[in-house]
Design a protein around this ligand. Structure first.
Ligand SMILES: *Cc1c(COP(=O)(O)O)cnc(C)c1O
Length: 377
């Protein structure tokens, strides 16, 4: 059976989640599941332990908690549950998602400071050291790993060295990189890492998760500022009741996610998936340069996840026209999100392979209407 025919996708999503999933992941949603039955709860427990083993070799020190909602709900549940009442959060922000963490934290009434950095330059780590030196009240530091706004991969290892030199709790939003970039969160001394179902694991949207360091998280039973986003209570319920969620769980999404985890293994694990994404990104950015469309980031800052490009240098260029032409040819790309420059983005994650990138480059080559508007099409 050809799964592409079964699911009949009209176009390929080249967006950083929701993204293109395999036919078999979609088919896993074709059954109805009880939320309390053992069959289902065993799937949840399998997913939780698999997530821990993807995150680290030190599986005994960490645990995974799943949380309903989109990725932002999981970020909010971590921030709102792990910061004590007298805690103070330093957020390193160089894009929309970093600033979103700070916004969440301030909204929750948490004492928050932002270390804002340029969106397209490398982070200045001396400023982080200065800030931690000057402000001993800071208890926690948060950073985004892949800043999906620009596609920049932030140096979480170097940041960790500084954060841990000052003995702070370390929170990483690895929403768009977890499962697509190799890492060991114990070696990186990360206390909390956050991601969601619909990014590099290649599931469908509906829940997020955090992998938490157990001895740190045990201190957080009294912190939550919300009932539904109380990550500690959710964790205890899952731990004590064999994978039970507190409120209605996204059963079909979890089933699809379990299938996606199986397919990650079949691909060869994170190492092989990361290699596929890196190759997609390399072929894409080199091909785009040849077509006269430049990536905004230097190669050494660029993640394998998503690439931002400057608009072509032509007054005839309009993103919406370009977007529609590519969509007609079967490719959906993504608008830009950098604050002070005109950009668009192309994601490499999802069920996207070299042939797809090559097909996209061909489609872009023949969609450059701005080069010669008279000869359109
Ligand atoms: C996708 C993403 C999120 C969460 O976004 P949602 O729209 O809430 O799923 C958070 N941080 C980063 C870095 C992301 O890429």
């Amino acid at each position: 059976m050809n799964m592409k025919d079964v699911t009949n996708n009209p176009y390929l999503l080249l967006t950083p989640g929701p993204l293109t999933t395999t036919g078999t992941v979609k088919l896993a949603m074709m059954k109805d599941w009880c939320t309390w039955d053992d069959d289902y709860n065993n799937i949840v427990q399998g997913v939780r332990s698999k997530l821990v083993s993807l995150a680290t070799k030190a599986v005994d020190k960490y645990s995974a908690v799943l949380m309903q909602g989109s990725g932002t709900f999981s970020v909010e549940s971590v921030i709102g549950t792990v910061l004590p009442k007298d805690g103070k959060l330093l957020v390193i922000a160089n894009g929309v998602y970093g600033h979103r963490i700070a916004k969440i934290s301030s909204k929750l009434g948490i004492n928050t400071v932002v270390l804002a950095s340029g969106e397209v330059e490398a982070l200045d780590l001396n400023r982080l050291t200065d800030q931690l030196e000057r402000d001993p009240d800071i208890t926690h530091v948060a950073i985004v790993h892949c800043e999906t706004t620009t596609g920049m991969l932030n140096p979480i290892e170097k940041v960790s060295e500084i954060v841990k030199r000052y003995n702070k709790v370390y929170i990483v939003d690895a929403m768009s990189s977890f499962g697509g970039v190799e890492m060991d969160i114990d070696e990186l001394k990360i206390d909390y890492i956050i991601s969601s179902a619909n990014k590099c694991i290649e599931g469908v949207p509906g829940f997020g998760f955090a992998v938490v360091k157990k001895d740190e998280f045990e201190k957080c039973s009294q912190n939550a500022r919300s009932i539904s986003l109380d990550l500690y209570d959710q964790w205890k319920t899952m731990e004590e009741q064999n994978g039970k969620w507190r409120f209605t769980s996204p059963t079909h999404v979890v089933r699809a996610f379990a299938q996606a985890l199986k397919e990650l293994d079949e691909e060869g694990g994170i190492k092989e998936r990361a290699a596929r994404y890196m190759n997609n990104q390399k072929v894409l950015s080199e091909g785009m340069r040849e077509l006269g469309i430049e990536p905004i980031l230097a190669n050494e800052l660029q993640s394998p996840i998503i690439t931002s490009f400057y608009y072509p240098n032509s007054e005839n260029f309009e993103f919406s026209t370009f977007y529609s032409k590519l969509k007609e040819k079967g490719y959906v790309i993504y608008p830009g999100k950098v604050s002070d420059m005109d950009t668009f983005r192309i994601g490499n994650i999802g069920d996207v392979h070299l042939a797809d990138v090559e097909g996209l480059l061909k489609a872009i080559e023949t969609s450059r209407y701005w080069l010669n508007p008279v000869l359109e099409n």
